[in-house]
Ligand binder design. Structure first.
Ligand SMILES: [Ca+2]
Length: 101
């Protein structure tokens, strides 16, 4: 019985931990990388706008995933994939020759 309660409590804590921890942390990190790229000239304004739209899309999907009060493993995997793609896109824009899209 005590064990069941502990499992339920852990499950209840997982949703906010997922949303505020991993996702927010990565978003903050990616935003900082975009800002840094704009500052050192490796990311143009147009590229930054595109990358920030990507971040916005991820945030929208996080909100949608949370809207029913439950972030499923599938939703979490989808968001992680999106963030991985966003991260790769930031890397690409930071290392391109600006004229390569
Ligand atoms: Ca670039």
């Amino acid at each position: 019985m005590k064990q069941t309660l502990a499992v339920l409590m852990a499950a209840a804590l997982m949703v906010p931990a997922f949303g505020q921890g991993v996702i927010k942390g990565r978003e903050k990190e990616q935003r900082a990388r975009i800002k840094e790229g704009v500052k050192d000239g490796s990311i143009t304004k147009a590229e930054a706008a595109k990358l920030r739209r990507e971040q916005k899309d991820v945030r929208q999907d996080v909100r949608a995933a949370k809207s029913d009060g439950q972030v499923t493993a599938g939703e979490k995997a989808h968001i992680t994939r999106e963030q991985n793609k966003a991260s790769r896109d930031i890397y690409k824009q930071k290392h391109d020759a600006q004229d390569q899209k």
